[in-house]
Structures are given as C-alpha cells and as structure tokens.
Design a protein around this ligand. Structure first.
Ligand SMILES: Nc1ncnc2c1ncn2[C@@H]1O[C@H](COP(=O)(O)OP(=O)(O)OP(=O)(O)O)[C@@H](O)[C@H]1O
Ligand SMILES: [Mg+2]
Length: 276
C-alpha cells in the first residue's frame, strides 16, 4: 500500500504551492488512474512517488516504509518504477539488451539475462529483441521502457500519460500489458487524460489545483460520470451509453466490461427478444 499524507510541494522557482495538503491511499493490486486538468499536479505527484523529485513537506510510505528512509533514489525506484510520456526521452542505448539491463547491471549476468528475458516476454517484445531500438515504433519503444522498469522488479508501476504519443494499435497493446500486469499482482498508477483509459482503472483519483477532490470506485463511475466532465475529462463512450441506459431504467454493471463485451451483451438481448 502507498500512502501520501499531507503532501505540499513548491518548485524552487514558483511562488505558490503546486500540491497542497494532498492525501491519497493506493491499495495493492489495483489499477488506479490519476486524472485532472493540465497543470493540476499529476506529474509532480508521480515524480514525488518515484523519487524523481524530492519530498519536502508531508510523508509518503510504501508498505509501511517511509520513503525518506531509502538511502538512494535507486532503492526507491526498485520499488516504484516510472514510465513517462515520450519513450525517446527515457532510452539511452540502441541495443535492447543494453537498454533493459542498464539499471540492473550490478546483478549477476545469469540473473540479468533472466530478468531481461522475462521483461521482454511481459511486454510481448521477445521476437523483436535483436532489433535496433531506433528502428522500432513509438509504441514498441514504450514497451521496451516498460520492460526496463519491470526488470527492476518493482511492485508499483507509475505510467505518466504513457500512450499520448502512440497510435491506436500501440495504445491497445499497452492496455493489454497493463491489464496483464495487474493480473500478476502489480499495482499500476496510470496518470491519464484519455477518456477511455479511465475504464481500465479500479479507482480514479481526481486532482485539481494540487488537491485530491474526488476518489471514485469503478462501481460508482456510472453515477458519477458528470464529475469527470466537470474536471475536464471526456466521458468514455461506453460509460456515456451506460449512463443513458441507466436514465431510461436499464441498469448494467460496468465491471470489466469493454465495448466488444457490451456488443455481445446487446446481441444476446436482441436475439432473446427475437426468439420470444
Ligand atoms: N520544473 C518546474 N518548475 C516550475 N514549475 C513547474 C515545473 N514543473 C511543473 N511546474 C508547474 O507545476 C504545476 C503542476 O504541473 P504538473 O506537471 O505536475 O501538472 P500535470 O497535471 O501533470 O499537467 P499536464 O496535464 O499538463 O501534464 C503547473 O502549474 C506547472 O506549470
Ligand atoms: Mg503531466
């Protein structure tokens, strides 16, 4: 479990707090989404959580360890990995093995090889492992960045707008990877402004002017859809449809429903009606 308590943060060159008295509890083995308007403080929160920025006021605990107890930022990053929007800013090497193994280069060779292989498998890139990184698509590069994080074996993975630059095929692939990682026990913290991505989440935190204003569980998405709109996020089409159906008296549980499952559900209903 990750706990953020009374976090306030100000950049050295800014006059006002970017985060003020922010509190948040992230439970294990969930996909949680952090959403909010531009400049609301999402990336700042993500960077504090992963040790990219140093906490000045408040407390962050990871599985009951105060993160200020981690001597090196490397130690924190072995617990909490972070992936940013543009994979090209995170990639140093042209060789995939060199890239993924770089943060774990002090381990034994056999352990490094095992971790690199496993991580490539997780992001479905094993068959492309001999390619040069420059020749890959942005979506594939992002999967290599995710593999690099996985090779460190963190329990928590933060993805800060990981698909913004990636085409729709690449996006779908990353959604699959995110869902698979959750099924394996990881906790995923997804910072996003893409409407459909909130449907991946078990819980959404809305950030506004450096504070969490709402915490909405998936089971409450339908009844709280207007709140997403209020904070600058479009309502995902599927959610919109379910909201309208609810208004007309048809209650469908969102659960892990996606568009194709919903279509199958409708097909079943229509067939039944025809038969009756
Ligand atoms: N390095 C920095 N120095 C000074 N101010 C910064 C810095 N980085 C971000 N800020 C400011 O802090 C506030 C929060 O920024 P942050 O990047 O955390 O927001 P965000 O919610 O991630 O926005 P976006 O949706 O655009 O990614 C903004 O007002 C931003 O201008
Ligand atoms: Mg941001």
């Amino acid at each position: 479990m990750i706990k953020l308590e009374n976090i306030s943060f100000k950049y050295p060159n800014s006059k006002t707090n970017v985060l003020s008295d922010l509190n948040m509890t992230i439970n294990d083995n969930q996909i949680i989404a952090i959403v909010g308007k531009n400049g609301s403080g999402k990336s700042t929160t993500a960077k504090l959580l992963s040790g990219v920025l140093k906490l000045k006021k408040g407390k962050i605990t990871i599985d009951d360890t105060d993160i200020s107890k981690f001597k090196k930022s490397k130690d924190l990053q072995n617990n909490v990995g972070i992936v940013f929007q543009n994979p090209e800013n995170q990639i140093i090497f042209n060789n995939i093995y060199d890239e993924i193994s770089f943060p774990i280069k002090n381990l034994e060779k056999s352990e490094i090889d095992k971790r690199v292989d496993n991580a490539l498998g997780e992001v479905e890139m094993s068959s492309l492992k001999d390619k040069e990184l420059y020749s890959l698509s942005l979506g594939q590069k992002q999967r290599i960045v995710i593999a690099e994080v996985l090779a460190r074996k963190p329990k928590y993975i933060i993805l800060d707008e990981p698909t913004t630059m990636i085409d729709s095929f690449g996006k779908e692939k990353i959604y699959e990877i995110i869902k698979n990682l959750k099924n394996q026990g990881y906790t995923i913290i997804l910072v996003t402004n893409i409407a459909d991505e909130i449907l991946l989440a078990d819980k959404v935190f809305i950030l506004d002017s450096g504070k969490i204003t709402h915490e909405i569980d998936k089971s409450d998405f339908i009844s709280n859809a207007d709140i997403f709109k209020e904070y600058g996020l479009e309502i995902p089409t599927l959610l919109h449809i379910l909201v309208e159906l609810k208004k007309s008296g048809v209650d469908i549980d969102l659960k892990d429903l996606n568009v194709s499952e919903f279509v199958n559900y409708l097909k079943g209903k229509l067939l039944n009606e025809k038969l009756n």
